[in-house]
Write a protein that binds this ligand. Structure first.
Ligand SMILES: [Zn+2]
Length: 433
């Protein structure tokens, strides 16, 4: 015999209108980041809703975090609901920020309009729909099984789209994700309702600068062109680094397929005279550039280390220092995020796996994300590795014009989340009495 979840599932279906309204309300609070607008407003909204459903709430401002100011305070909310018996804590973490709107919309990006069973708006899939689904799942579970064990937490956090330092990282530093406090974390990012995301690749961002000597452009031999030195760097990348990275394959189930190798983007290049202002239409002066800078975005695999990734680039540059006349460079790390991978046997993984099978009648796919998300902070700072991303929505929709979330998908994933709560927070039929 197992726990009867039929009534729980029916209850979630009956909350469809509430789920739609909740999602629309969240979309209509434009929490654009940068700069980080309306964080307090969305926290107040969630505070009101979750307090009404019996949660104790804490609003936490990430004082001193990057971007935090009196004009743009980084507000977060953590809501906690204890059951009637001791047990474990299941935490649903969603970021409340959304990225810029961009061009190409045919819907109002903050209107929450509905068409053909989808709700449209910036953040609909990434990730206000997931946040709404987790709230409905928790409320339905609590209503159906008020006598549950342990506790449920729901957090709405700032700044995921800009690194999470004013959100999950701050909360993790304050102990909110300590393993003695929280045992299971589900992040309802839009990874699709039948997929479990175990983690993400690492990222290493650096700026490389080459140096030269300024001189008159008609006599470049009297100076030294920093842009040509940078050309030699990029040439080395093409001949040595890119083929080496492409040959490395990871065991991480990263999607899409192209991200199963190491990758590197060159984000920008600047050299010589600065861009002229739009209102100046004169001609540039003739100078040999004495500095050239690029920013690189290197995404790396669980099988690689931070030191190897950095060392590989540095050794190419050192090679040039030895073999290329007058080559001088500087390299500065801008940011680093280690890869994170939760074990397939971890309790939150096997629980959600079973819930997907029971609710959707299919075996879940396992994936890992090419880019990073807030799991890195829960893992590294919180020291909690029992964490996955699971939520409704299509990943490819994130950050696009006419972003939407499917209402049926939200219902289905709310069922999976609620079913998972029955496994984690109710005594199981074969448990000793
Ligand atoms: Zn997201």
């Amino acid at each position: 015999m197992s726990i009867d979840t039929d009534r729980l599932m029916t209850r979630i279906e009956s909350m469809r209108d509430d789920l739609v309204q909740l999602t629309q309300d969240l979309i209509r609070i434009p929490t654009l980041n940068p700069p980080g607008e309306n964080y307090r407003e969305i926290c107040d909204y969630l505070d009101k809703r979750l307090t009404r459903h019996g949660f104790d709430t804490q609003l936490v401002r990430a004082h001193g975090a990057p971007g935090d100011s009196d004009k743009y305070p980084r507000w977060n909310i953590v809501a906690h609901k204890s059951g009637h018996h001791p047990g474990e804590c299941v935490h649903f973490n969603s970021h409340t920020d959304v990225v810029e709107v961009g061009l190409g919309w045919t819907f109002d990006p903050f209107g929450g309009e509905i068409k053909d069973g989808n709700i449209y708006g910036r953040g609909a899939c990434d990730m206000k729909g997931g946040l709404a689904a987790s709230i409905i799942a928790a409320e339905a579970f609590i209503a159906e099984f008020p006598d549950f064990h342990g506790s449920i937490e729901i957090s709405g956090t700032a700044d995921e789209e800009s690194g999470g330092y004013g959100g999950v990282a701050y909360l993790a530093e304050k102990g909110f994700f300590a393993p003695e406090r929280v045992q299971h974390v589900i992040i309802p990012e839009p990874l699709h309702k039948d997929r479990i995301c175990l983690g993400h690749r690492g990222g290493w961002w650096a700026e490389i600068e080459t140096f030269g000597e300024i001189a008159h452009g008609s006599m470049p031999f009297l100076g030294d062109c920093a842009v040509r030195h940078m050309g030699a760097v990029i040439d080395k990348f093409e001949s040595d680094l890119y083929p080496a990275m492409a040959a490395r394959r990871t065991d991480m189930p990263v999607v899409p397929e192209g991200a199963r190798s190491s990758t590197m983007n060159i984000n920008s290049i600047h050299g010589g005279q600065a861009e002229q202002a739009d209102d100046f239409d004169g001609l540039p002066a003739h100078c040999v550039p004495d500095s050239c800078r690029i920013v690189i975005d290197r995404r790396y695999l669980d099988e690689e280390s931070h030191a190897e990734v950095e060392g590989e680039v540095r050794s190419l540059l050192d090679d040039l220092s030895t073999n290329r006349e007058n080559f001088r460079y500087d390299m500065r790390e801008l940011n680093h995020v280690a890869p994170s991978m939760t074990d397939r046997g971890a309790p939150v993984v096997t629980t959600v796996d079973r819930a997907i099978q029971d609710v959707l009648g299919k075996t879940p796919d396992y994936v890992a994300s090419p880019g990073t998300y807030d799991q890195k902070h829960i893992d590294r700072i919180g020291k909690l590795s029992n964490c996955i991303a699971y939520g409704p929505g299509i990943l490819e929709m994130a950050h696009k014009p006419d972003e939407y979330i499917g209402i049926d998908d939200m219902i289905d994933s709310a069922k999976v989340m609620a079913h998972s709560l029955t496994q984690l927070l109710l005594p199981q039929p074969n448990d000793p009495a």
